[in-house]
Design a protein around this ligand. Sequence first.
Ligand code: NOJ
Length: 876
Amino acid sequence: MRLLSSAGLLLPLTALTAALTDTPFLGFPSPWLSPDPNDVEWQTAYDKAVAFVSQLTLTEKVNLTTGTGWEADRCIGKTGSVPRLNFEGFCLMDGPLGVRYVDKASAFPAGMNAAATFSKRLIRARGEAMGEEFRGKGIDVQLGPVAGALGRTPQGGRNWEGFSPDPYLTGVAIAETIKGIQSRGVIACAKHYILNEQEHFRGSIDVRIDDRTMHELYLWPFADAVRAGVGSVMCSYNKVNGTYACENEWAVNYLLKNELGFRGFVMSDWGAQHTTLGSALSGLDMSMPGDIMGPPNSPQPPYGSHWGGALTQAVLKGEVPQWRLDDMVTRIMTAYFRINPTIIPPNSSRPKPNFSAWTQNTTGPLYKASNRTWTTINEHINVQSNHSHLIREIAAKSTVILKNTGILPLPLSLDSIAVIGNDAQDPPNGPNACPERACITGTVAMGYGSGTTDFPYLISPATALSHRCRQSNITFLNTTSNWDLPTARAVAADSSLAIVFAAATSGENFVSIDGNAGDRNNLTLWDNGDELIKAVAEVNNNTIVVLHTSGPVVIDYAHRHPNISGIIWAGFPGQESGNGLVDVLFGDVYPQGRTPFTWGSTLQSYGVELMTVAADPRNPTQEFPEGVFIDYRHFLTPGKGREGDVTYAFGHGLGYTTFEYGLLAVGREGVWPGYGAAEGRTDAAPVVGEEVEGDEVERWGPPGGWEGWRIPRYVYPWVNTTVFNSENGTAKAPAIGDFPPEARDGGAQGLLPAGGKEGGNGGLYDVLFWVSVDVKNTGEVEGVEVVQLYVSLGGPSNPSIVLRGFEDVAIKPNETKTVKFELTRRDISNWNTDTQNWEITDHEKMVFLGSSAMDLRVNSTLEIGQRIVQPGSGKP
Ligand code: NOJ
């Protein structure tokens, strides 16, 4: 049975039923929203949603769950609307670093750059600024931020859209970003849920994952997203243990909605929905883009959509219970009212989209797919505000100095600087010349695919450097070709300093550059970059390498090269690229960037494999044999990877001063053991508004005269009586008989032990320890130390260390600051697959503080029985 094909593989039925005697819940039914009077803010939104949804007819409800079709409307995704109540459908737009496909909006630094700042303040501010821009364009949902791909393999094409292969860093970053975006009245969308770790085969790959790895690695940041109150989650293209993610009752019902207590709505990635019933019963709430994007001329099912009229029909036939549809709409509307508390529909202050995703011309069709209704489609509203300052600050503070033999910060007494390489230059035809940014004709400041925006402008490194040189009377030389090595050598030899630029990009698999179909084929620099670096370093013993790459590259040769005095990773810094870099090069901004991933000496040293060839191409299957051991967890755990294979450790980044770590203090807080399995039962599933009767089919057909005004290729919610009454009228593949009766059971349900609150069991977030460390600036200049806290969970099956805290702290010369951290129960727990709950094992726990995963300065054990110190009462 389906139930066992995905859930049973991971959750041995006997163990699970023993653990959950009161809660015989596997993956069905799909959890519904229940009132929560303890959370007044949320309850208010929920009440408004229920009041609104109660007024809707069956087809109006369906309309809000289903997109109107690919390119059918003016947004990347647009749901149907409720004209009777003057309620516009929801406008959804990419992406994670700004508004895609529009003009007069900003190109922010990529997610991985936000993570590289290790600054919660900057990450939050970036979210706020992006939220303002989406709001200004009249968008309801921003399709970002990203926690999947997490970054299992460094080649992963879309890693840069997210934050870091470390789940803790990604968890903090996604939560801050969500809070920022949503504070501006825009629903954030945590994507891609889940295990979309590579682009090759992404639409069919079956990822086989074990329960522990799922919880401790890939699900972890999504828990933070849910706890931050994210309004929506996008399920991904791939399969998880045999079932597509958007039809996967274990991933969506059991983990996301039940265990993590997600109260928002789940939308499909574009075309990631495969069936009417499987998706509805497994917890999908919104179908995107709504139609079925089969190849041209492929057979279309009767409604042109898995939902729309097909969902109305399924509800009328009882294949999808009405409470499930009502829950979909209530989730969508609650998410909306939660972040727009002042809006009561129909309310004219709700912003309307003022652009078209499909053209930047002023006039164009409102309905692109059918080329209908030409109108003023772009109002060209400028939403950039003063965000360029923040973008420049993040660009500078995410710049990571990997190597510095003393040349940085650059002295103003320099005679000349040679800037070398295509990656320093203005793209000859402008920064947006290549569709989807899928080329490297000049400097690279973002990857390619749907995670991009149009640049309003792009300050290249060459432009910024030449400007800075002019200010300081430094001679500026520039050569652009990566292939003309003799010229590169000649220019470099002539100059007191050579800065050589190189790039490696990646993106989404619908575009491919040079055979890199989204994922990178290797970890070398593109466009002859490695050879260019070597050529320059041959002739100039003051060579600095600057890298714009979507992740690590193999750079060990440069690290060891005696003539290479500096290596800088600038990531994908967005529109202020050159300015941010120059700020750090000359020491105008302190370099606080730290690498959010490990730099291995070879591709093989990462111990994970990108799957590029499938044994069975019709059913590509991928195991994750490395389990939780990715990135530094692999390199630094004996018996897994080798420390000797690390060129630059996770968290590494050099500054312009030195810090000394002093007194470390650890104290116990809170109640012990104080953690119990969540208990209680939900209410029964509510039916919201009118209860529909299955025999009222005629009532839900299209209104009279529809054929006259129907927009071709637009998805409508009405049933077709002929289809309804025909043999084909019952949903197929899977049919209703393929689901256990629980799938439609709207009776009260028991909670899962690790569940109960948004983000999981509330006790997981109780603070159990505080840790403080004194850090002294022993150098000459003020600087920012990124103090990192790692925990060792002990025992044979854990990584040596896992990140569990970080703070960026500005410290003046000779000053000492005490930096304080809190450790929650979750931070020191492992997932127990038998009890289906988190537990603190008996293995010794330790805490390490330092400057990177391989530069740990002080440590202490964590004694569970340690004396309890009340918050604020000082050191133990
Ligand atoms: C597919 C991508 O995977 C997703 O990230 C994006 O939001 C949608 N396309 C819409 O463009």
